[in-house]
Design a binder for this molecule. Structure first.
Ligand code: GDP
Ligand code: IMO
Ligand code: MG
Length: 434
């Protein structure tokens, strides 16, 4: 009963969408377990270029069932827009299931995300502004409204009084603390009714579906969102997202047993990027960083913001591997480094007091004061772009991959050499028979 987790190893945007679209051909299920429409997963295939925020990227494979698990927070407007968009390009989404236990992102969450960020001023997190954090707050505060509650939307003695209660409290916050305009209860209620009409066919207890699939020996890909360094517990707090993109989140976010997970694939870019605020020890604020951004077109798939760029950080990568127990590394965007004469890898941090560490520090302010210690490798002649065989890689590129593998202590089993599905090198079997 194999499940394979595909986890963002860094700060998100590692190329999870491309890899899950590729790996899904060897699988029967693709499931999202955490985050919401803060995610932006790019897929480029024969149908075109897509940026998915909620729909699992396995949707292009007609025999793949796509599931949104209980750990995800769902803005129904975004989900419905994605489903309608797929229908327009002829992709049938009847094979989708949405957990009745997943929480809803409501309009007041989006409003509060904006107001809280404005109030943080210079310490703003740089959220995606999609209401994800406030929705998780309500889940933990036990005042959230779940997808399954939409099934009772017409039960006026249950749904409406609860919504009224929540909106009353949110409006006190919105108007009295932040001085903004209140949310209209009737408008939100009407919207909930429309969401229920549209989403009803997809809503189901998905853990049951997944357990059945596992017992029938189906292969399931767990599509991570965000990245390990954005994890609410293990990331660079407070500059993190409000969920658990790490392996633990996959288990609570789906309700599957840990022993069903046969492989844990950590997806890493061949360099580093980060969107939003927070420490990035290897950030390059010079023309090298700019060159990476422009060559790679490092602009957010959700918000369009420029991504901050830097060299590969092996200190953070090793920490990420320890937390998740990766069985394989998937290295993406190797082709972006084709044009550099020298390439650096960060192998240690020099702390503010001059001491050197290879342990990833806990505090964001300690991280801000760290200087990267680099190992310098020479670049390579020739191109890795679109290469599909490991033996066709330039020898310098192979040395770079070997060094990353050695520093993380986990084999690089897949290399991505371009954004398209077929621009992939499989070195060792990771999912199913590949
Ligand atoms: P995700 O959030 O992890 O799914 O990643 P994003 O889709 O936000 O960002 C990854 C970007 O890199 C997208 O524009 C992909 O099309 C692109 N991409 C993925 N793999 C490769 C690769 O190997 N080479 C290049 N050049 N682009 C890639
Ligand atoms: P994918 O799945 C990159 C970042 C935001 C911000 C912080 C908190 O595409 O890799 P939030 O809106 O979650 O409260 O914002 O987390 N962030 C991401 N960065 N990729 C993502 O997702 C991200 N999702 C959230 O930029 O710094
Ligand atoms: Mg992304």
């Amino acid at each position: 009963m194999p499940a394979y987790a595909v986890i963002g190893g860094q700060w998100g945007d590692e190329g999870k969408g491309k890899m899950v679209d590729f790996l899904a051909q060897y699988s029967q299920y693709v499931v999202r377990y955490s985050g919401g429409n803060n995610a932006g997963h790019t897929v480029i295939n024969d149908k075109g270029k897509f940026a998915f925020h909620l729909v699992p990227t396995g949707i292009f494979w007609p025999n793949v069932t796509c599931v949104i698990g209980n750990g995800v927070v769902i803005d129904p407007n975004v989900l419905i827009e994605e489903i309608d968009g797929l229908a327009k390009v002829g992709i049938e989404t009847g094979r989708m299931a949405v957990s009745d236990r997943a929480h809803l992102i409501m309009p007041y969450h989006v409003t509060l995300d904006r107001l809280e960020e404005e109030a943080r001023g210079s310490t703003a997190i740089g959220t995606t502004g999609r209401g994800v954090g406030p929705a998780y707050v309500d889940k933990v505060a036990r005042s959230g409204i779940r997808v399954g509650d939409l099934l009772e939307v017409d039960n006026k003695s249950r749904f409406l009084p609860r919504l009224e209660n929540v909106i009353k409290l949110k409006n006190s916050l919105i108007t009295k603390v932040y001085g903004d305009n209140p949310i209209d209860l009737q408008k939100v209620y009407q919207q909930c009714r429309e969401w229920a009409d549209k989403l009803r066919p997809f809503i189901t207890p998905t853990e049951k579906l997944l357990l059945e699939a596992l017992s029938n020996n189906k292969s399931i890909i767990l599509e991570g969102a965000q990245g390990t360094m954005l994890d609410i517990d293990h990331g660079t707090f407070p500059y993190v997202t409000s969920s658990s993109p790490t392996i633990g989140g996959a288990i609570t976010g789906l309700g599957i047993p840990p022993q069903s997970i046969k492989g844990i694939l950590g997806v890493f870019k061949a360099y580093s990027t980060r969107v939003g605020s927070g420490p990035l020890v290897t950030e390059l604020l010079d023309n090298v960083g700019e060159a990476i951004r422009e060559r790679a077109q490092e602009y957010g798939a959700t918000t369009g913001r420029p991504r901050r760029c830097g060299w590969f950080d092996a200190v953070a990568a090793r920490y990420s591997a320890q937390l998740n127990g990766y069985t394989s590394i998937v290295l993406t965007r190797l082709d972006i480094l084709d044009s550099f004469s020298t390439i650096k890898i960060c192998t240690g941090y020099r702390l503010g007091d001059g001491t050197i560490t290879t342990d990833f520090p806990t505090s964001a302010s300690t991280l801000e004061s760290c200087e990267p210690i680099y190992e310098e490798l020479s670049g390579w002649d020739g191109s890795t772009a679109s290469t599909t065989k490991v033996n066709d890689l330039p020898s310098g590129a192979k040395l770079y991959v070997d060094r990353i593998q050695e520093l993380i202590g986990v084999p690089v089993d897949i290399i991505s050499t371009g954004p398209r599905r077929e621009e992939t090198i499989v070195i060792r079997s990771t999912v199913g028979d590949i």
